[in-house]
Design a protein around this ligand. Structure first.
Ligand code: IMP
Length: 178
């Protein structure tokens, strides 16, 4: 999206507040059922998943510890970019149920890296919940245990997702119109 001025874009709402709220409740209920009464460490991926994580933890009816992990892609393009941790967990996840919460699964490279890093720390279980899934963009196979909505291969903003750090605060998910 490099050539687009984030201040002058047009966007079209894709999923409104009510739809998101309903879907988050459904996800929370499914996750609660799958936990079978056990607790979970919910790990939100910064920054994009901050809003989804905040809503999702309130829909999970089980003992929850909330933590965040930050990561960044560096060295260029999506296809060759490597991922590194910019902010690590403060929780020891060994022996615990872990739910990784991400805004969107696009190529899958970020999650492929994060899931490998977290599984090396010996969690009891490790599941992934993504707000959005873009299956057409996948370059690395990822097992997405829970997802809010499947979308086509277009750029979206809002409800945590940004375009050059803008529009995270929108309470709905919108598609950027080019
Ligand atoms: P991946 O490693 O290609 O799966 O990309 C993951 C990251 O790219 C996400 O966590 C987002 O931060 C960002 N991203 C991918 N697609 C979009 C989009 O449509 N809107 C905003 N951010 C996106």
């Amino acid at each position: 999206m490099g050539s687009i001025n984030p201040e002058t874009i047009k966007y079209k709402p894709l999923h409104d507040e009510a739809e998101i709220k309903k879907r988050v409740q459904e996800l929370g209920a499914q996750i609660t059922e799958d936990l079978k009464g056990e607790g979970v460490v919910v790990v939100g991926v910064l920054k994009g998943a901050f809003m989804f994580t905040a809503d999702l933890v309130r829909a999970i009816k089980a003992p929850v510890i909330v933590d965040f992990i930050g990561c960044a892609s560096y060295s260029g393009t999506k296809s060759t970019g490597t991922v590194r941790i910019t902010h690590d967990l403060s929780t020891d996840i060994a022996g615990k149920n872990v739910l990784l919460v991400e805004d969107i699964v696009d190529t899958g490279r970020t999650l492929d890296y994060l899931l490998r890093i977290l599984s090396q720390r010996g969690p009891k279980s490790l599941r992934l919940c993504a707000l959005l899934n873009k299956p057409e963009a996948r370059e690395v196979p990822i097992n997405v245990d829970y997802h809010g909505f499947s979308i086509s291969n277009e750029f979206v903003i809002g409800y945590g997702l940004d375009l050059d750090q803008r529009y995270r605060e929108l309470p709905f998910i919108a598609q950027v119109q080019t």
